[in-house]
Design a protein around this ligand. Structure first.
Ligand code: HCA
Ligand code: CU
Length: 458
């Protein structure tokens, strides 16, 4: 049966420019425990005093998950893992020729001795041990088997088959896992797949099918370079496609949003499962289908994640979607009026990047000749930002423009340096967005003005 180790607090904190506070780590660990992951890799206590403190705090929370400390193959590192109260230490020591020669300056025989000695030392302290042959997928297979079996003989009960630079493919990892199973002494096999070619989750799933036990993930797929499989994608893929339904899906969206906020590492809108567009439909053909029966264009009901489907209105939109949107606002129009409204929306859509609900209501007013006293559901606001004097404004602008709710950005004169026109679904979303903007490095202060009514130029 599949097991999951979440490494947001270790691998995830190795994401360029991402660092969590102690309180944030505790909150992430608690949410992960609600999800029900079997193991939480809480950090490598040798990295810094605060990382050690975080591992210690998390180990003391009494969570259901096993708490793992990561460590290099050094006695002092293993001592620190023990001192933090971790259940298990994950000792990594590279086995590929390139790592042994260029990085570690050790012969293969020396490496085997170091692995054996440190695994045995950790066992003597009463720790459970996972051994990770770093860069395993580029390691000579016979040597990999020897190194892993040396670790297992010395007391490791888990081996992490680390695809450190993400070079596996599903058919290859399946072959390797089968071969490892046949040659290794009894142990559990973890899969640590990096996502350099976008194949991390596919590789991990293939490895599980071939007989591995556990997948390493992070929230939002954080990690060195392009990261490792995303927790929510992994859980939902196994839940829906493989029928493994032992995890609690309810906290996944909150966990993703929380990590997004405190990491300052924002999700691409088209990210599967948790991305903003995962259940948003656009073209007339698609929206018409979805309005008749969502199964036409949805792999599963967004309610599984507590999410809602969304239909975008713009020049691609057909009549059924516009009618449905107007109905949401309690506006009924005749078929002839609807026809004209849709054609005007298409005209406007050809001129502009985005159409807002306020535009749709404006057009409906013009076409029907009725005054519609309606306030659009979504909120629009202008957020003004003051930027630290030593920071290039253009850097802040680039980060701002990557946020999906941000429509237009202006560099301005006066008390503030930048103003952004934003559109969000509700006040909560506005609040989150403002917090997100405040985490952008260089943003000194923000001030927000809500838009009450908008007059568009033609
Ligand atoms: C690294 C180490 C590691 C370890 C994986 C593991 C890797 O290179 O930073 O312990 O399972 O990718 O090899 O993250
Ligand atoms: Cu890694």
């Amino acid at each position: 049966m599949l097991e999951i180790l979440d490494s947001t607090l270790r691998e995830g904190e190795q994401t360029p420019y991402v660092n969590f506070t102690l309180e944030e780590k505790v909150q992430i660990a608690r949410l992960l425990d609600e999800v029900g992951v079997e193991m939480i890799e809480a950090g490598d206590p040798s990295v810094s005093p605060n990382v050690a403190k975080a591992v210690e705090r998390i180990a003391s929370l009494g969570l259901k998950a096993e708490i793992v400390a990561h460590s290099m193959a050094t006695k002092s590192g293993i001592d620190r893992a023990k001192a933090c109260g971790a259940d298990r230490v994950a000792i990594f020591y590279a086995t590929s020729q390139i790592h042994l020669e260029a990085k570690l300056h050790r012969t293969p025989e020396e490496a085997i001795e170091i692995i054996r000695e440190h695994v045995a030392y950790a066992r003597s302290l009463g720790l459970k041990v996972r051994y990770t042959p770093e860069d395993a997928t580029r390691t000579d297979f016979e040597f990999l088997v020897r190194a892993c079996n040396a670790a297992i003989e010395a007391g490791a009960d888990r081996i992490s088959f680390a695809d450190t630079i993400g070079i596996m493919q599903p058919h290859l990892i399946a072959e390797r896992v089968r071969a490892l199973r046949a040659r290794l002494l009894p142990c559990k096999i973890d899969l640590h797949c990096h996502n350099d070619y976008g194949l991390a989750l596919a590789n991990a799933m293939a490895g599980i099918r071939a007989g591995a036990d556990c997948i390493h993930v992070t929230v939002n797929g954080l990690g060195e370079r392009t990261g490792i499989p995303d927790l929510a994608e992994t859980i939902v893929a196994f839940h829906n496609l493989e029928g493994i339904q032992k995890y609690n899906l309810a906290p996944l969206m909150e966990l993703s949003a929380y990590v997004e906020r405190v990491s300052g590492f924002f999700l691409a809108p088209n990210k599967p499962i948790t991305g903003q567009n995962a259940f948003t439909h656009k073209s007339g053909v698609h929206t018409n289908g979805v309005l008749k029966d969502p199964r036409t264009y949805e792999p599963f009901d967004p309610a599984l994640l507590g999410r809602q489907r969304k239909i975008v209105i713009d020049k691609y939109t057909g009549k059924s979607a516009v009618a449905a949107r107007l109905e949401e606002y309690g506006v009924q129009v005749s078929p002839a009026e609807l026809e004209v409204i849709v054609s005007r929306i298409k005209l406007l859509g050809d001129q502009r990047k985005q159409i807002f609900d306020s535009d749709i209501i404006d057009i409906a007013e013009q076409v029907t000749g009725r005054r519609l006293d309606i306030i659009p559901h979504n909120l629009e606001a202008v957020i003004m930002l003051e930027v630290e004097s030593q920071v290039y404004t253009s850097l802040v602008v680039r980060r701002l423009r990557a946020l999906t709710s941000v429509r237009n950005v202006y560099e301005i004169t006066g008390d503030f340096d930048v103003s952004a026109f934003v559109e969000v679904e509700d006040i909560m979303a506005l609040n989150n967005l403002i917090e997100e903007i405040r985490t952008i490095p260089g943003v000194k202060r923000t001030e927000t003005r809500m838009i009450l009514k908008k007059y568009n130029g033609t």
